[in-house]
Design a protein around this ligand. Structure first.
Ligand SMILES: [Zn+2]
Length: 60
């Protein structure tokens, strides 16, 4: 395995990790049950997608 020839400075490590931050997921509310869901996905609570029941959900 390749081994680094010299130690990176603290500043260099910080500069690399400046791109590692996570951002909050975009959430939209379901048109049927108004639960928060990921966009372009079937609602896991009521099975709604684009105004119709795409999947059967137990107990809904
Ligand atoms: Zn829903």
């Amino acid at each position: 395995m390749a081994v680094p020839q010299r130690r990176q400075t603290r500043s260099r490590g910080h500069m690399r990790r400046s791109h590692h931050a996570l951002s909050a997921k975009a959430l939209v509310s379901c048109t049927k049950c108004s639960n928060k869901i990921l966009p372009h996905t079937v609602c896991p609570t009521c099975g709604n997608y684009k105004g119709r029941d795409a999947i059967k959900v137990k107990g809904y």
